[in-house]
Design a protein around this ligand. Structure first.
Ligand SMILES: [Zn+2]
Length: 227
C-alpha cells in the first residue's frame, strides 16, 4: 500500500495540537511525551563504544501545533514545525522521521570502533616486531612470517634473530667457511696420500744403496731374501 521508507521502526504516528495558549499546547505535548516514552524511545544497542539507538521495535511519534503552522514564514506542515518525541528542537517532517541516531549512527560507530581496534592491534604488533641482532633494524612482515615458520633446530642456529639481508650475508659467510674447511680437508688428505709414513721412508733409504750394489753385481736372487 505504501512504499518502503528505508527507515527502521514501525509506521510513525503524528499528533497535531490546536486551541488554548502556546504554553498549554506545549504542556499537552510534554504530557504525551512523558506518557508514551516506552512506545517511541529507542533502546541502546549496547555494543562497546556505541551510543546508537535501536528504533526497530518502536513507534516514532511526531507532534506539531496548528497555530505554529499558520505563522508567517513557518512553511506550514512542510516547514520546521515538527517535534519528534524523545529529541530536542523543531524540524521538518522528513528530518523528524529520519533516524540519524539509529542504524546509520551504529554503522559509523562500529566502523570507527573497528578502525580503532585495527590501529591498536597494529601498534601492539609493531611493538612486538623483533629487531635484527646484527643491524638492529626491524624485521619486515615477510621475514617475520618466515621466522615464525622456522623449525626449532633452525632457530638454534641464530637464524630467528636476523633480518633478511643479514641472514643472507650470514649464509654466504657460512657457505664460505664450509667451502674453506672442505678444501683444507681435501688438501690435507691429498698431502697425506702423497707422503708415505716416516719410519718406512728412513728404512727404505738405508736399504736402497745395498740393493743397488747387489743388483749391480747380478745377485738379484738375494733381494727377496733380505726381509
Ligand atoms: Zn639485519
Amino acid at each position: 500500500m505504501y512504499p518502503a521508507t528505508g527507515r527502521e521502526g514501525y509506521p510513525p504516528v503524528a499528533f497535531v495540537f490546536t486551541g488554548g495558549t502556546s504554553a498549554r499546547r506545549v504542556g499537552r505535548m510534554n504530557r504525551l511525551a512523558a506518557a508514551a516514552r516506552s512506545l517511541y524511545a529507542g533502546h541502546p544497542y549496547g555494543y562497546a563504544g556505541t551510543t546508537a539507538l535501536n528504533h526497530h521495535q518502536v513507534v516514532p511519534v511526531v507532534v506539531a501545533s496548528l497555530e505554529r503552522w499558520d505563522q508567517d514564514g513557518s512553511g506550514g506542515a512542510g516547514g520546521a514545525v515538527w517535534w519528534r518525541l524523545g529529541r530536542g528542537g523543531w524540524s521538518t517532517l522528513t528530518e523528524a522521521l529520519d533516524n540519524p541516531d539509529g542504524d546509520a549512527l551504529l554503522r559509523t560507530e562500529l566502523a570507527a570502533h573497528d578502525r580503532r581496534e585495527r590501529e591498536r592491534k597494529a601498534v601492539e604488533r609493531e611493538a612486538e616486531r623483533p629487531a635484527c641482532r646484527t643491524c638492529e633494524g626491524r624485521l619486515t612482515d615477510e621475514r617475520w612470517n618466515e621466522v615464525h615458520r622456522l623449525r626449532p633446530w633452525e632457530r638454534n642456529e641464530g637464524n630467528a634473530e636476523l633480518c633478511g639481508p643479514c641472514r643472507d650475508a650470514e649464509q654466504v659467510r657460512r657457505d664460505g667457511e664450509h667451502r674453506m674447511r672442505k678444501r683444507d680437508a681435501e688438501l690435507t688428505a691429498a698431502l697425506q696420500a702423497r707422503q708415505p709414513p716416516e719410519p718406512d721412508t728412513r728404512r727404505a733409504w738405508r736399504r736402497r744403496p745395498r740393493h743397488r750394489a747387489r743388483n749391480a753385481r747380478g745377485r738379484r736372487s738375494r733381494v727377496g731374501g733380505e726381509r
